[in-house]
Design a protein around this ligand. Sequence first.
Ligand SMILES: C[S@@+](CC[C@H](N)C(=O)[O-])C[C@H]1O[C@@H](n2cnc3c(N)ncnc32)[C@H](O)[C@@H]1O
Length: 289
Amino acid sequence: MLGISVKEFLLWKRKQLSKGGDKQTFAVLLDCMGGLSSSDINLITINPQGILHLKKNLEYLESVWDDHLLRSCPIQYLLGITFWRDLKLKVTNKVLIPRPETELIVDIVFNIFRRKSEKLFFAELGTGSGAISIALALAYPLSEGAATDINKDALEIATKNYLNSSTQSNLKFYCGNWWSPLENFKGKLDFAISNPPYIPKDTYEKLPKEVKNFEPKVALLGGEDGLKHIREIIQKAPLYLKEKGWLILENHFDQGEKVKQLLIKNKFTSIEIVKDLSGIGRFTIGRYK
Ligand SMILES: C[S@@+](CC[C@H](N)C(=O)[O-])C[C@H]1O[C@@H](n2cnc3c(N)ncnc32)[C@H](O)[C@@H]1O
């Protein structure tokens, strides 16, 4: 731990924020790399004459901040970690940084399956960092989960995240195209969940550089109209779900109605478009018959 005067620290902090970037991202850097949380900072400000302790020196923290500002590299990749729900997850540029709006997909499951002691059988298609599956496996300890991804590097990270977050063994990881690694689970799933790549090609080309230059294309691009993967997932879902099993999908902000029509065409019932906290129809859910 490196001791530094509060006064010097506050001047340095002001200088860093004057270069650009946002306060929240800077707070994440101080917390994860400096070991100084926002509440620590609020406390020390009361006593500018005091001394505070940092895990890294100011020069080092400044170099990471400059790197973030100059290259627009997401701070989560520079730090190698992100926070999602109550999980602390390792992330590299091989996985999408799990988004705050995706956190709600877990609450959708909680609303459908209210008893945490249920023995459910679930699958997540395209697990990335493992965020959704890990949250579910922890919340339903008697359940069995299968998380798939086409990207081996992502699965390696998801497996590490699971081992770091849990002492349970109710989640397994499989590599392959959407449903294909789940042949053994045909007709057995209580629910399947996916946040697949759904960005239409034109939109992908115009994404902000902090996304397009750093996050994996395979995690974002959903073909010409964005629905390529969602179509495939919906068409094959009936083979894998139990009777009355649920399919829970995240989609792009304007795809809810189209996903609903795809579900109707494939004989799903109880279809609902669920809004996120910004009022956007971000999730579409349905039951197979
Ligand atoms: C939008 S990311 C979601 C990651 C994570 N579930 C989350 O919500 O943060 C989509 C994931 O689907 C995976 N993926 C893309 N194409 C796939 C395919 N054909 N089969 C299986 N997984 C695929 C990507 O590697 C990526 O991890």
